[in-house]
Design a protein. Structure first.
Length: 111
C-alpha cells in the first residue's frame, strides 16, 4: 500500500495513496496506524482524497484505529472523502462516529 505520513504540529497526517481501501490492502493501514500510536502519536488525520472505493475491511480498519486512538487518549479524524466513499460512511452510519472534513486544512483547524 502506498501511504505517506507527515507530521503537522501535534497531528500526524496519513495520506492513503490508493484508489481502493479494501481487504487486499487495508491491513497495511492498520499496521501503520498501530505503529504510530505505539510510538507516541496521539492524533491522526487520515486523508482519503485518492480513495475511490472502500469496503467493509477498509471501514473496519478505520473503526479499529478509532478505538485504538481512544485507548491512547487521542483521536482519529478523516478528510477528503469522495462521493462513493462518503456514501459508505453514511450507509453504515459511521459518519456519526468520525469527525469528517472536506480538506486537510479544515481538519487541522479543528484540533
Amino acid at each position: 500500500m502506498n501511504l505517506k505520513t507527515e507530521p503537522n504540529g501535534k497531528v500526524m497526517v496519513v495520506m492513503v495513496r490508493e484508489e481502493r481501501l479494501d481487504a487486499h490492502n487495508s491491513n497495511e493501514l492498520k499496521v501503520e496506524m498501530n505503529r504510530l500510536f505505539e510510538s507516541g502519536t496521539r492524533d491522526l488525520l487520515v486523508d482519503l482524497k485518492e480513495v475511490r472505493f472502500i469496503d467493509s475491511s477498509g471501514l473496519g480498519v478505520l473503526v479499529s484505529g478509532f478505538k485504538n486512538a481512544s485507548t491512547h487518549q487521542g483521536s482519529i479524524k478523516l478528510c477528503g472523502l469522495q462521493t462513493q466513499v462518503k456514501s459508505m460512511f453514511e450507509l453504515t452510519r459511521l459518519h456519526r462516529v468520525f469527525d469528517i472534513f472536506q480538506t486537510i486544512d479544515e481538519a487541522l483547524e479543528s484540533y
